[in-house]
Design a binder for this molecule. Structure first.
Ligand SMILES: NC(=O)c1ccc[n+]([C@@H]2O[C@H](COP(=O)([O-])OP(=O)(O)OC[C@H]3O[C@@H](n4cnc5c(N)ncnc54)[C@H](OP(=O)(O)O)[C@@H]3O)[C@@H](O)[C@H]2O)c1
Length: 310
């Protein structure tokens, strides 16, 4: 099966390197600058665990001449509109697209562009980032990918993907309700993102001050209430785990929203928080803390647009 990984960044690079190492037929769709870095250095995974270098097949948008069987979509939400254009020639009638993005709005965008029949749901759990050399840094040992049909059916094509995406060095599961799993991941990432961005610190930094842990619980309760109102109440065990994560003393846990904010980069604020609070409004759920976090990031994004070097 021919796999196209769109984006060789923190997540696409990590999962794609695992698949390439496991002997799967993987090509990365990259832009020119990334192409030259990867040609020069190879795709390197460093940080926790074994350091790995792979020299995968690379392509650019103008070079795609035939459809792929599977597209693993690993761009950030801000890059999605252009990525959908670029990957267009890779999508044929039998192609399945598996998005890695957090949040939910990309599913509607992909359905509108390629048709819902081409799009599976996907949830990745991993903690990776890019360093200044363009290498992928693994920050935690967990790494998993769950996929599933949007309507929850167990389909033949999903069964066919199991031996291709499974057994490649990360946990792989087929979910019976991937939409709920995506919502539950969104609750986690939205809450941790709002919490760490508003307070400009890691979980450990925030819970070290009076009221920090309680603030974390309140942010999480808001995100969970939106998911519940949308028909996907987070399972109590998962909420308990997230509560422990968001209140753990000494924890270095942050979020990519926070990392992008402190590094002065554009963030996925609209996709992760803007969309969450706008769905909350439509569902008549009050989310004052998430609203505050969203406004905080909107002010940051606006200033960034006006003064890109700040
Ligand atoms: N990092 C994590 O630990 C993590 C965990 C779970 C979920 N996620 C989610 O996964 C998604 C991807 O995040 P990420 O951390 O992997 O982001 P990232 O490190 O910024 O990687 C995204 C990559 O996409 C590439 N790209 C953008 N537009 C492209 C295009 N048109 N064609 C080819 N490549 C393109 C970028 O390449 P250039 O070098 O050309 O800009 C970049 O290397 C986000 O929604 C994030 O929230 C991340």
């Amino acid at each position: 099966m021919k796999i196209l990984v769109v984006g060789a960044g923190a997540t696409g690079g990590y999962f794609g390197a695992c698949l390439a190492r496991a002997g799967r037929n993987v090509t990365f769709l990259v832009r020119p600058q990334r192409l030259s870095t990867l040609r020069e250095r190879g795709l390197r995974v460093v940080g926790l665990g074994e350091a790995v270098t792979v020299r995968p097949e690379l392509t650019t948008a103008t070079q795609i001449s035939a459809p792929y069987d599977v597209v693993l979509l690993s761009v950030k939400a801000t890059a999605l509109p252009q990525a959908m254009v670029d990957l267009g020639p890779a999508v044929g009638p039998e192609t399945v697209i598996v998005p890695f993005l957090n949040g939910m709005a990309h599913i509607d965008q992909l359905n509108a562009r390629f048709g819902a029949a081409s799009v599976l749901g996907g949830v990745i759990k991993v903690a990776t980032t890019l360093n200044e050399d363009g290498d992928i840094v693994r920050l935690a040992r967990f790494a998993s990918l769950a996929i599933g049909e949007q309507n929850g059916d167990r389909s033949r094509r999903v069964d066919d993907l199991e031996p291709v995406l499974g057994g490649a060095g990360f946990d792989f599961t087929v979910s019976a309700d991937i939409t709920a799993e995506m919502w539950h991941k969104w609750v986690f990432i939205g809450a941790v993102g709002a919490f760490t961005c508003l307070m400009r610190g890691t979980v450990g930094d925030i819970v070290a001050v009076d009221g920090g842990a309680d603030f974390g619980r309140r942010v999480l309760a808001e995100a969970a209430s939106v998911s519940a109102a949308a028909g996907h109440p987070p399972p109590p065990a998962e909420l308990a785990t997230t509560t422990r994560t968001i209140t753990e003393s000494g924890s270095s846990t942050a979020s990519s929203l926070y990392r992008d904010l402190v590094d002065g980069h554009p963030t996925e604020a609209e996709h992760i928080l803007g969309d969450l609070v706008s769905r909350a409004r439509r569902l008549s759920v009050q989310t004052p803390l998430l609203d505050l976090a969203t406004m905080h990031l909107r002010v940051y994004e606006r200033r960034l647009g006006e003064h890109p070097s700040r």
